[in-house]
Write a protein that binds this ligand. Structure first.
Ligand code: SAM
Length: 202
């Protein structure tokens, strides 16, 4: 099964409140976005899936929000949940390692997507696209499983990072301005340590 088929199956077969990464309130991501962009700039959520982040941003005055995900099923579910409010969001179905151009955003947010990129060439393309999408001074917020996090997510192997190894993937185009540890609990109660970095586009 290829990457896209995997994620389409995940979102077609599962209730999105039962998947391991589900959060009723994405408060860590939101707080980091607020700190990165107090002026409430344009935000893109990479691999946003069915996250509750878009409505939290809308509720708090963000006017330019985009969500990209490889899974059309995830985007359909997220749009259905948001009903009419979905029209205030730009939805993009695509593989982040294949997208050519996303336009311009002030904040790039990714929770638990980059860590699936096991191939160096995919990670290089990801960083290159982020570098083209954010202006100088733009902020990239990325959360991955920490070094002591689980080795797999959604049945797929992940790369686990600490602040130094994650920063190394993004340098010298990005420079770290904040490091935050976060302990996520899956709906079944399993702890998953995350590392979040906020980086500035140099
Ligand atoms: C672990 S989930 C996290 C979802 C969301 N960020 C959250 O915090 O709830 C990973 C998400 O990344 C998406 N994804 C995986 N690989 C991707 C890729 N190459 N390009 C775009 N999205 C991808 C999946 O469909 C899924 O929605």
């Amino acid at each position: 099964m290829n990457r896209k088929e995997h994620w389409e199956t995940v979102y077609t077969k599962n209730d999105d409140t039962q998947v391991g990464w589900y959060q009723p309130d994405p408060e860590t991501s939101f707080r980091l976005i607020e700190t990165a962009s107090p002026e409430k700039g344009a935000v893109i959520d990479i691999g946003g899936g069915t996250s509750r982040l878009p409505e939290k941003l809308l509720d708090n005055g963000y006017k330019s929000i985009a969500v990209l995900d490889i899974s059309a099923a995830a985007v359909t579910k997220a749009k259905a949940r948001l009903a009419q409010r979905a029209e205030n969001i730009q939805w993009i179905v695509g593989d982040i390692t294949e997208v050519e151009n996303l336009g311009r955003f002030d904040v790039w947010h990714d929770r638990a997507v980059f860590h699936f990129l096991g191939a160096l060439s995919d990670r290089r393309r990801y960083v290159e696209l982020a570098g083209h999408t954010l202006p100088k001074g733009g902020r990239l917020i990325i959360g991955t499983f920490a070094k002591d996090g689980p080795p797999r997510c959604s049945g797929l192997e992940v790369c686990r990072y600490d602040a130094a190894t994650l920063a190394a993937e993004f340098g010298p185009v990005f420079r770290v301005v904040d490091e935050t540890s976060h302990l996520h609990h899956t709906p079944s109660g399993k702890p998953q340590p995350f590392i979040f970095l906020t980086m500035v586009r140099v």
